[in-house]
Ligand binder design. Structure first.
Ligand code: SF4
Length: 317
């Protein structure tokens, strides 16, 4: 398939025709290794609120099963940090042996690549692969479908061969072992397929099997789902251009998607992509659909799980 838009964006970047918002993201990524311009030393701060210990490999090296590649939004964005903390609790309850890179993590850079900054992506890929080469792990698990896509399809072309899973693929075969509460009310939940998990990489079932495992959840599909899923508009750098696109369009793609979700009668819009929670929460407000609660699937699992005194799950491991 000819990838027309990435090529066109790359040409635009090469000619210096880059919106200021995007240039700002590129510069932050180049300087700090993350698109938000945050201090790399603060990468692991989210772990303090997790309520369970999270191993940081540079401080505690040695073999580990799962290298949890947190990526930028779950590391730094307040809503993403809540999901990262939920993941840590659920993974701990399931007995997953996992660790993070903490201050040594840099973004994998797929969105920068798709936004046209191929040179920046190549530099990031080299740095990320050099960091990964220092540690022993069996597989990489990430919550970010964009990072998942790059690690699966772009890094092998550059010599980086890893077993890579999206977090929903890690948890789906284990979820039956998660101790669930028996007092959960019935809830209608609809699910937005992230395009870089679904249409680009063919994974539709793992997120749905997690949702179906939650007591009380009735999964209702939007008219556009699975292979016909609908992009939220965040791909190719779109998540960094919301202000710009909002002033040039009648309706953002995320707003259209929220209207579709609300039309199902669902109370909850479930997602499993770090960019989507805040985008859809904003869209729910701007379209007058505040009744629609946006949650990452792992947050729903965490809410449904029986908690033990140490903050993790019951005796799930
Ligand atoms: S953020 Fe948007 S563009 Fe990215 S995977 Fe999710 S739906 Fe697709």
């Amino acid at each position: 398939m000819v990838r027309v838009m990435p090529a066109a964006r790359e040409q635009a970047v090469g000619q210096g025709a880059v919106p200021r918002e995007l240039q700002d993201v590129f510069e932050k990524t180049f300087r700090y290794g993350n698109c938000l311009g945050e201090n790399p030393r603060r990468r692991a701060l989210w772990t303090r609120g997790a309520g369970v210990p999270v191993r940081v490999l540079p401080q505690d090296p040695g073999p580990v099963d799962v290298l949890f590649y947190v990526e930028d939004y779950w590391s730094y964005h307040p809503r993403g940090q809540q999901a990262a903390q939920a993941f840590a609790r659920v993974a701990t309850a399931l007995g997953v042996d996992f660790a993070i890179l903490g201050p040594e993590e840099r973004t994998v850079g797929d969105s920068q690549r798709l936004a046209g900054e191929r040179g920046l992506f190549e530099a990031l890929a080299e740095q990320v692969m050099a960091t990964l080469a220092k540690y022993q792990f069996a597989r990489i698990v990430t919550p970010d479908p964009h990072a998942f896509n790059a690690l699966l399809k772009e890094y092998p072309k550059r010599g980086g061969h890893y077993e890579v899973l999206h977090y929903t693929q890690l948890l789906a075969p284990l979820v039956d072992r998660l101790p669930m509460r028996s007092d959960l009310p019935p809830r209608r939940v609809t699910f937005h397929d992230p395009c870089y998990l679904g249409r680009h990489n063919g994974e539709y079932d793992a997120p749905r099997s997690l949702l179906r495992a939650i007591p009380g959840v009735e999964l209702v599909e939007m008219a556009r789902c699975r292979e016909n899923g609908y992009c939220c508009g965040g791909g190719g750098g779109g998540m960094w251009l919301d202000g710009l696109s909002g002033s040039h369009t009648r309706e953002r793609l995320s707003e259209r998607r929220v209207r579709e979700a609300a039309a199902t009668g669902a109370e909850v819009l479930a997602v499993c992509c770090p960019y989507e929670v805040s985008r859809f929460e904003d869209a729910a407000k701007s379209t007058g659909n505040e009744q629609l609660v946006v949650r990452d699937i792992v947050e729903l699992l965490d809410e449904a799980m029986v908690k033990s005194a140490d903050g993790g799950g019951g005796d799930g491991a």
